[in-house]
Ligand binder design. Structure first.
Ligand code: HEM
Length: 168
């Protein structure tokens, strides 16, 4: 079995590290900290919007209004935050490809991110036209909101964990 150090993604990482974009990111001191700051700001936007949506689904916020209104209010922020995360995340990979690509914490993060985003999109979409108000939300929607919230937090933890699962 191939060990972590012989991971096939290491050759992709080596190629990427030699591109003009990567070299620029490696040599201009302020670029990476600025990109990291934008990444964290977008994390704050996405996580807080996901939390507000989940609270609405659990009947702990906006009980007096239809769930569709909470979706209309918070889903656009997720729609803006995610592309920012994607671009800033991709730039961080380009800056130091070896840190992320072959890293199991990064791979787990990406897999969980797909699940979290898909689940959030599905349940938000399913309640878009719901006129109902009050704390009673369908069980399946509460389950989806709870699971996706756990996944979003796990994505955040895995993002921080990348730095602690490096093998060089
Ligand atoms: C959309 C695709 C995303 C990509 C490609 C991406 C990529 C990355 C990369 C490469 C790092 C640097 C890790 C390191 O070198 O230590 C990072 C850090 C991080 N990411 Fe993401 N990320 C994405 C989305 C997200 C999302 C959705 C969240 C949270 C909900 C998130 C939370 C974090 C956190 C908390 C860190 C640690 C920052 C730090 O330690 O300064 N990321 N991400």
């Amino acid at each position: 079995m191939a060990g972590f150090s012989e991971h096939p993604l290491r050759s992709l990482a080596a190629w990427l590290a030699d591109t003009a974009l990567s070299r620029t990111l490696q040599t201009v001191d302020w670029l990476v900290p600025a990109i990291q700051t934008a990444h964290i700001l977008a994390v704050a936007v996405v996580i807080s919007s996901v939390l507000m949506l989940s609270l609405a689904v659990f009947g702990l916020h906006g009980r007096e209004q239809p769930l569709s209104r909470s979706v209309a209010r918070f889903a656009p922020a997720i729609g803006v935050g995610l592309p920012v995360l994607l671009v800033t995340g991709a730039l961080m990979i380009a800056a130091e490809p070896d840190r992320a690509l072959p890293n199991p914490a990064f791979q787990l993060k990406m897999a969980m991110l797909v699940g979290a985003a898909l689940l959030t999109w599905l349940y938000a979409r399913s309640v878009r036209g719901t006129p109902a108000t009050g704390p009673a939300r369908p069980l399946v929607v509460r389950l989806a909101a709870g699971t996706s919230l756990v996944l979003w937090v796990a994505v955040l933890v895995a993002g921080r964990w990348i730095a602690y699962t490096l093998s060089r």
